[in-house]
Design a protein around this ligand. Structure first.
Ligand code: R7I
Ligand code: MG
Ligand code: MG
Length: 488
């Protein structure tokens, strides 16, 4: 048994530090976990196994009926070095006579392949949404038809080009849409995470600055450029200082934190939520210190992280998604505002906690509740623009991105019925107008993490700058996620 367990331990880990697998008598695979992510993790593994058809799932109830917890533990040989918590899922690996039955190693290989598709799906969908959305940013009259015409044109161009190549004519590159600041900054975060295998704010700040210096006309926010110039100073003692000084010390509440955060949400796959929260806050504070920008960025990183963790073998349960999102967001939003009030009152040295000007209640949670209501009825674009917003400010765009993802997942966007959910999400987000590249990129990052790369049309991928890099970043991030050492 001990040789057997050490063999199990050496398997590519499924990457949650508190997630362990044990194999008993080479027929039973049981997932043990103490983590807060147990449910989704368990469901994901079960569906993966079932999808292979060589395995038969037995319910927890049936397992219990065969013995109590201690017997199960004993049966699978769980030793003291194994963290065994709440058993949330059990599957039986049936020994098949079929020589093609995947063994445990190919089981993990399948898991990795699926993860790769979803990590890449998120990054690539975000890039194409930024590229396609950029053309419409702040243009006054946008609607579904205009966006559909633009994507159809792009698709036709690719078809024509392929035809020409097939006829032996010389390949022309065709029009390639450029990405904007949203992608430029997300790439910096992805590249830094890959190099350092963790968040290194100084490095991310330096990359933001270098990227801006190299290509300043990618459409950066009006005020953030001051911060980016200051971050170029390698001797800067406190990297958060320039951002703190924005807007007379209140910090920017633009959506620039949220538009670039997806790689971090993916990177933190199956890490504890606390880590995701802390890392998101520090990356945001490099440019945006206003609590609205911080909470908005957290909403986006939580949404990407959650989308990646959910079982995508069945249609998304939008109500459940919102419920889980709110469960994460509510304590976080309260905590961020409380911290800000304490900081401000300390600054004033008054002793009592004064209300931060303009911050009342939990506006992000209220907007997420509004999304729940919107999904239950047929809401027109005008109402979405008015109540959720499509502005450059975080509070008026990040919840909108979550809504666009869920609306696309519900496949209820008129005129786009024949298209998949990622396409619908992107087209719909852009059709709302306003900050089109940014709302679309944030919505697409969530959607791609759930539906995977296959949901992003090839023609779109071939028409946008930066897709090849996104594929590469996706591959490297997946390697890091799946090779993460199990911490005991
Ligand atoms: O947030 P940020 O990086 O901008 C991102 C947006 C995306 O749409 C990109 O596609 C790109 O177009 O820009 O840049 P910031 O300059 O920090 O914020 C954007 C804008 O929000 C600012 O230029 C201000 O107009 C507004 N803003 C504020 N206005 C008043 N008071 C942000 N914070 C404040 C504030 O505290
Ligand atoms: Mg932009
Ligand atoms: Mg924008």
């Amino acid at each position: 048994m001990s040789t057997f367990l050490s063999c199990v331990r050496s398997l590519p880990q499924i990457s949650h530090p508190q997630c362990f697998f044990a194999l008993s008598h080479q027929i039973t695979l049981i997932l043990f976990t103490d983590s807060e992510n147990t449910e989704s993790c368990g469901r994901f593994v079960c569906s993966l196994v079932i999808s292979q058809r060589h395995f038969r799932k037995i319910s927890l109830k049936r397992l219990w009926s065969k013995g109590d917890n201690s017997i199960v533990k004993q049966k699978v040989g769980v030793g003291s070095s194994w963290k065994c918590g709440h058993i949330i899922s059990a599957v039986v690996l049936r020994r098949s006579r079929n020589p093609n039955t995947p063994d445990i190693h190919s089981f993990f290989q399948i898991y990795k392949t699926m993860l790769l598709s979803r990590v890449r799906g998120s990054l690539v969908a975000a890039v194409v949404a930024d590229c396609i959305g950029a053309k419409f940013e702040f243009s006054r009259f946008v609607n579904i038809d205009k966006v559909l015409n633009a994507v159809k044109k792009l698709e036709q161009n690719r078809t024509t080009m392929k035809k020409k190549v097939a006829e032996g004519k010389k390949e022309k590159q065709g029009d390639v849409l450029s990405f904007t600041d949203d992608t430029a900054m997300a790439r910096s975060i992805a590249a830094s995470l890959i190099e350092h295998k963790d968040v290194n704010v100084r490095d991310i700040g330096a990359r933001f600055a270098k990227e801006f210096e190299k290509e300043p006309s990618r459409g950066y926010g009006g005020s953030v450029i001051t911060v980016l110039r200051a971050l170029a100073d390698q001797d800067l003692e406190d990297v958060f200082q320039p951002a703190r000084e924005q807007f007379d010390g209140s910090g920017s509440y633009g959506n620039g934190g949220g538009m670039r955060i997806a790689p971090l949400g993916l990177f933190c796959h199956q890490l504890p939520l606390q880590e995701l929260k802390e890392k998101t806050v520090s990356v945001t504070k490099l440019t945006h210190t206003h609590p609205y920008a911080i909470v908005g960025t957290l909403l986006e990183s939580y949404a990407v992280h959650l989308a990646l963790s959910l079982d995508n073998s069945k249609p998304l349960d939008t109500d459940n998604f919102l419920g889980q999102l709110l469960e994460r967001l509510r304590p976080t939003e309260k905590e961020i505002y409380d911290q800000r009030r304490q900081m401000k009152s300390k600054e004033k040295n008054s002793g009592d906690e004064s209300e931060e000007e303009g911050i009342e209640g939990l506006p992000y949670c209220n907007k997420v509740e509004l999304i729940r209501d919107f999904l239950k009825r047929d809401v027109d674009s005008k109402e979405v623009r008015k109540k959720l917003g499509t502005k450059v400010t975080a509070l008026d765009s990040i919840p909108t991105a979550v809504y666009c993802f869920l609306r696309g997942a519900s496949q209820s966007i008129p005129g786009t019925e024949e298209r998949g959910p990622v396409e619908q999400t992107i087209i719909y987000a852009i059709s709302l107008g306003g900050d089109t590249d940014t709302v679309a990129t944030m919505a697409a990052a969530i959607s791609g993490a759930f539906y995977g790369l296959e949901s992003v049309p090839q023609a779109w991928q071939e028409s946008c700058e930066g897709v090849r890099d996104a594929l590469l970043f996706g591959e490297k991030l997946t390697e890091i996620i799946s090779a993460r050492e199990v911490k005991s």
